[in-house]
Design a protein around this ligand. Structure first.
Ligand SMILES: *Cc1c(COP(=O)(O)O)cnc(C)c1O
Length: 383
């Protein structure tokens, strides 16, 4: 069925949004076939974002774990993470559709900053919904967005975090659908968003596949990526889905049982923000509150394609808790001179366990972002 990955995905939205999703789907399909659109996207990636990002051999971390480790350096993108790839792709699409008012949701502010950046680049109006709790916790990113010209609107419903900001952005879209483009930040939401976000992030996997073939003349044994909504993971996995390469997603185990954000490990199928997917919920279907030290992983749902890849077993999903993620942050910083985002630190942390069982294997880790944004958290911890 259209927009489904097995039983996951779909378009669970108010009826007034269905024509807007249809319009978006058609525009995206046309853009994919349009050579000029492709060239425009590629030129932005090269000249503005700074792509291709390197694939760095992590020599000392390899020695430490007994693996052969390569890092896909999304931390070196303009604005410091993979989110800009999707923000630029969707902004180009919004321009093609003639929409000049851009709205977005943000949790930690990373997607908000990427969206505000892309809007500044093209002179578009930018409105970012952000939970009032997150505004307090991530104030620097709020200031950044405002400097970039965005209007940051505090959301005080529910737990005043990402889930509520997303609901508010959807509400705005319903009310202003004619002139407004909703720029969703991960591979979640109703069809066509999960497919579209994967498309714009698949540049990560396409580059990494070519780079490892050039460096080693063979494919890697495994790819490891952290999973929040799942956009950096599906972006790198997409190039290897048909290959004999082990694919591993790492979810945030937070402080353990009942205090985590591991939707695939502990969730049940349910509907949130327009799609059916694994969801952290109680027995009455109420969304549970989540926790992760990595703000970008702190979300009760996951992209529907990941639910399907978990269900079919093509990708295995593992758990890393706050403590191990913090230790991995320090380890990569000391061994390689690279400070990873706390989200990416979850993927790095899993290498230890993987190395114990699979000595000598070649692994690519998607380093989804840089850790500068997390210094206050890291310094405030007990490490
Ligand atoms: C937002 C974010 C993530 C999590 O989002 P995905 O859609 O799962 O990729 C991971 N890493 C960084 C650096 C982020 O900013």
């Amino acid at each position: 069925m259209k927009g489904y990955f097995g039983e996951f995905g779909g378009q669970y939205v108010p009826e007034t949004l269905l024509p807007a999703l249809e319009e978006l789907e058609v525009a995206f399909a046309e853009a994919c076939l349009n050579k000029r659109f492709q060239e425009e996207f590629n030129a932005c990636m090269r000249d503005y974002v700074g792509r291709p990002t390197p694939l760095t051999h992590a020599r000392r971390l390899s020695g430490h774990t007994g693996l052969d480790i390569w890092l896909k350096r999304e931390d070196l993108n303009h604005t410091g993470a993979h989110k800009i790839n999707n923000a630029i792709g969707q902004i180009l699409l919004a321009r093609r559709m003639g929409k000049r008012r851009i709205i977005a949701e943000t949790g930690a502010g990373q997607h908000g900053v990427a969206t505000a950046t892309a809007c500044a680049l093209f002179g578009l109006e930018c409105i970012v919904y952000m939970g009032s709790e997150d505004i307090k916790r991530q104030y620097i990113n709020v200031e950044r967005m405002r400097l970039l010209g965005a209007d940051v609107i505090p959301v005080t419903t529910g737990s005043s975090t990402l889930k509520d900001a997303t609901s508010e952005a959807i509400r705005d879209w319903v009310a202003n659908v004619d002139n407004t483009y909703y720029l969703l930040g991960s591979a979640v939401g109703p069809h066509p968003y999960p497919t579209m976000v994967r498309h714009f992030q698949s540049i990560i996997g396409a580059e990494a596949r070519q780079q490892i073939l050039e460096a080693k003349n063979r494919l890697p044994d495994a790819i490891i990526a952290c999973v929040g909504g799942g956009s950096n993971a599906i972006g790198i996995f997409s190039a290897f889905l048909e290959d004999p390469v082990e694919l591993i997603g790492v979810e945030a185990y937070g402080r353990g049982n009942n205090k985590n954000a591991a939707s695939i490990a502990f969730g049940l199928p349910g509907v949130l923000h327009g799609a059916r997917s694994y969801l952290l919920q109680d027995k009455d279907g109420q969304i549970l509150s989540t926790h992760s030290i990595a703000p970008g992983l702190d979300y009760p749902g996951v992209g529907p394609e990941h639910s399907w890849l978990a269900y079919t077993g093509r990708v295995s999903y593992k758990l890393v808790d706050d403590t191990d993620a913090l230790a991995a942050f320090s380890l990569l910083t000391r061994l390689e001179g690279i400070m990873p985002a706390l989200e990416s630190s979850h993927a790095i942390a899993y290498l230890d366990k993987y190395g114990q069982a699979h000595k000598g294997r070649t692994v690519i880790v998607n380093l989804s972002g840089r850790g500068d944004k997390d210094l206050h958290t890291v310094l405030g911890s007990d490490l």
